[in-house]
Every structure is written in C-alpha cells, then in structure tokens.
Design a protein around this ligand. Structure first.
Ligand SMILES: *[C@@H]1O[C@H](CO)[C@@H](O)[C@H](O)[C@H]1NC(C)=O
Length: 246
C-alpha cells in the first residue's frame, strides 16, 4: 500500500512542475561612490528594496544679509518609479550606463515638475508646490516612468517621502552623508551635486513600510554662494535616485 504522504508529495510535485518557473529575485546593489572613497553605511541586512525612484525638484537654502554661508532649509521634489528599469531585472531592465545617467537626463531634459513661484527662476509655489495630477515621466530612450509620490519637508522641517500610490511613507533623519563623486553632474547652476545620504525612519511612528532611504547619483542641487545669491531663499534644481528599503 502506498502511504498517503507519498501520494500527496507526488500530487504537489506535479503542481509545482506545472507552474511557470519563478524568476530569481533581483539582487539590488546600491551604487558605489568610487575612486576609493568610502561608501554610505549600508542598509541593515534584514531589509529589502521596496522601491527605487528618481526625484526631480529643488533644494532650498537661505542666506542671511551678512553671512557668507547658506543654510539648507529643505527640498521639494516629485518622485517617479524606476524600480523595474534596474539593470539586473529580467526583461524590463535597462543598460547600466543609461540607468546611471537617469538623474542627469531628468535634470537637463525635463522641466521642473513643480508649480512655479511667480517672479522666481526655480522657486515653487509654497501654497501648492505640486501640480495635480503629476504626469508620468518620459525620458528619451527610456520607457515611461510612473509618478510615485512626493518628497517635501513638514512644518517642523522633517523630511518626508509620501509614496501613497505604493502604500509607503517615510519620515526620516540623516544618519550618514558622503560627498558626491568628483565626476557627478554639477547641475544647471554649476554649483555641484548634493551629497549622497542615508536617511533612517525617525521613530515618530509616521513611516509605513520604509526603514531607510538612500539618496544617490545626485545631480545639481548645491547652493550658490551667498555673495552670488544674495540674502533670502534660493531654490536650486536637482535630481537624485532614492532607494527605499523596508
Ligand atoms: C522651498 O522653496 C520654495 C520656494 O522656491 C517653497 O515653495 C517651498 O515651500 C520651500 N520648501 C522648503 C522645504 O523649504
């Protein structure tokens, strides 16, 4: 007599072999700064990539009337989903060099996806910075990237990422920062690329499904010197990759 377990196993094996082969999970690796420079502190080993976005927007700074150094005061950016374009993804992955150039292309080839502040070159309307709806992103030679969410600072200057369309949210604080590589895109005002960052959930219970956010392959966004910018707020266009881990 054949034991029932054997019959069960045989039936299971038949079901498993009939199912289409499951593609192996994509192995995501954060980009490296290169040139022998130390990289950002890596994500905790129990975390997985939830989304990879490119963000396009402005970095804000203020200059006092008598100070030489500007102070960073926040950022406003629209995020687009490029997860499926990651080069090691079967079928939908794009070439590595194209992937690496996405933030530069975004910065130079696309108008800022923000409602303008009248009378300011790159400023956004403080009352309603984001257009609604936000159009999907179309870059030359790249499939259309879907709108994913918003990056902004709340009234307490906490950086937030609102990826409601993916059920993700992050309220974060900076835990590591590394100067962008020497060959990074210096941006539209040739002020240089903002630093690469590791941002962690700030523990306030606001985040959903996100523990760490990495800002990498930055393009533009650094401040003009106050002698050039003058006193007040300056908004500098930038683009960056944001990797969301949870
Ligand atoms: C950044 O500056 C713009 C004006 O260009 C303003 O609308 C926005 O509220 C500012 N955001 C932050 C976080 O500083």
């Amino acid at each position: 007599m054949v034991p029932t377990t054997t019959v069960l196993f045989a039936a299971l094996a038949a079901v498993v072999s009939a199912a289409p082969p499951c593609p192996p999970p994509v192995q995501y690796t954060l980009p490296s700064i290169g040139g022998g420079a130390p990289d950002l502190v890596p994500p905790a080993s129990n975390l997985a990539v939830k989304k990879i976005a490119v963000g396009h927007g402005i970095q804000n700074y203020t200059c006092g009337a008598t100070t030489d150094n500007s102070v960073a005061t926040g950022a406003v950016a629209v995020l687009y989903d490029v997860t499926s374009f990651y080069p090691r993804t079967r079928r939908t992955g794009i070439r590595q060099d194209l992937w690496d150039s996405l933030t530069s292309k975004l910065l130079w080839d696309t108008p800022l996806p923000l409602n303008k502040l009248p009378g300011s070159e790159y400023g956004a309307d403080p009352n309603k910075p984001f257009p609604s709806p936000v159009a999907d992103l179309k870059l030359r030679g790249v499939p259309a990237a879907k709108f994913l969410g918003y990056h902004f600072f709340d009234s307490n200057s906490i950086p937030l990422f609102d990826l409601s369309s993916a059920g993700l949210r992050a309220a974060v604080g900076k835990v590591d920062s590394k100067t962008a590589p020497g060959n990074a895109d210096k941006g539209i005002l040739t002020t240089g690329a903002v630093a690469w960052l590791k941002l962690d959930d700030n523990g306030e219970g606001v985040s959903q499904g996100v523990t760490s956010v990495f800002r990498v392959i930055t393009a533009g966004g650094s401040a003009q010197s106050c002698s050039v910018a003058g006193a007040g707020v300056q908004s500098v266009p930038y683009a960056a990759f944001y990797w969301f881990y949870g």
